[in-house]
Design a protein around this ligand. Structure first.
Ligand SMILES: NC(=O)c1ccc[n+]([C@@H]2O[C@H](COP(=O)([O-])OP(=O)(O)OC[C@H]3O[C@@H](n4cnc5c(N)ncnc54)[C@H](OP(=O)(O)O)[C@@H]3O)[C@@H](O)[C@H]2O)c1
Length: 285
């Protein structure tokens, strides 16, 4: 089933926004800063009045996790207030709202098994806390919503995208012989086209609610990087280090593998194993 009308894509120059825009083709109404600032509720109202979309897809976010610790107010405006304005305006107009959240809503020490939508979030750090606030703002305001929690996105770089983990490893791997990579955070890096396909399928089939959508399997950043180097034939000597040794400004969950059964049982496009996705990404880039 395909909804008629066009979809407003907010944050259209980011990684996910770029993929959604490409995938939707003529059905996309792509907008990014400065024209589509989700923290300006009057701008949001004007956009919706002018473009009259059939649905709103929010790929806009403050995604610089470590910088968020220094800019909590800006981060909260984008990740929590913006989604609230979108939910309010979508509610008024009866429009579906698709929004994206993160595995970082989990602290990573509560459970050592894939986390479900029923598990209680325990966010740590400004980015994670504000992303959970964004989820809750939508849930309490607008019923016709889809919120996808995902992880470690890599895909086509948008005009605004600085990079992603795979590109960073490729660049550093070509420059350096030795590399220290964190080996105690378990999660599932996800190829953006898989997420975008799942998102559009859920929207077009009117499956409202909160869903965990990540690629299949689990890995650490160390093993993910090792696989990138193997596939790119880069000879890099790697040293595994702990999260504590890396000492990033913002905390990261030690275990945030997400259980995708709630999504998969609906029969949407299957999420690939992370190894298969990585191979496809490298072959297509
Ligand atoms: N990347 C990941 O690994 C990852 C993992 C889990 C979940 N997620 C979530 O997935 C979603 C998409 O992530 P992504 O990697 O595609 O993000 P991204 O590449 O950083 O793109 C975000 C886009 O939003 C724009 N933006 C920032 N503030 C805005 C505002 N006030 N109004 C409108 N647009 C604004 C950014 O513009 P500027 O660049 O100019 O700021 C950028 O174009 C986000 O909700 C993110 O939290 C991402």
């Amino acid at each position: 089933m395909e909804m008629s009308g066009k979809y407003l894509v907010l944050g259209a120059k980011g990684q996910l926004g770029t993929e959604l825009t490409l995938r939707l083709g003529e059905r996309a109404l792509p907008v990014d800063l400065p024209d589509g600032d989700i923290t300006d509720k009057y701008a949001v109202q004007d956009l919706l009045d002018a473009l009259k979309p059939a649905a709103v897809l929010n790929a806009a976010a403050f995604t610089a996790v470590d910088a968020a610790e220094r800019q909590p107010a800006v981060c909260r405006r984008v990740n929590a207030a913006g989604p609230l304005y979108l939910a309010q305006e979508c509610e008024k107009r009866g429009l579906p709202l698709l929004h994206v959240s993160t595995d970082y809503v989990f602290c990573g020490t509560q459970k050592r098994a894939p986390l479900t939508e029923e598990d209680e979030p325990v966010p740590q750090g400004v980015y994670a806390v504000t992303k959970l606030e964004g989820e809750r703002n939508i849930q309490k305001t607008h019923e016709k919503h889809i919120i996808l929690r995902t992880c470690g996105l890599y895909g086509k770089l948008g005009a605004n995208t600085q990079g992603n983990f795979v590109e960073t490893m490729r660049r550093i791997g070509a420059e350096r012989r030795n590399l220290r990579v964190v080996n105690d955070q378990f999660c599932t890096p996800t190829w953006v086209p898989n997420l975008a396909a799942a998102a559009l399928w859920l929207l077009e089939n009117e499956k409202w609610g909160l869903f965990h959508v990540v690629d299949s399997g689990e890995t650490t950043w160390f093993d993910f990087a090792k696989e990138i180097f193997r596939l790119c034939a880069l000879a890099v000597e790697m040293t595994p280090i702990s999260t504590a040794e890396w000492n990033a400004p913002s905390p990261r969950p030690l275990y945030s593998v997400l259980d995708t059964s709630k999504y998969h049982v609906l029969g949407g496009p299957k999420m690939l194993r992370w190894q298969e996705s990585l191979e496809k990404y490298l072959a297509q880039r």
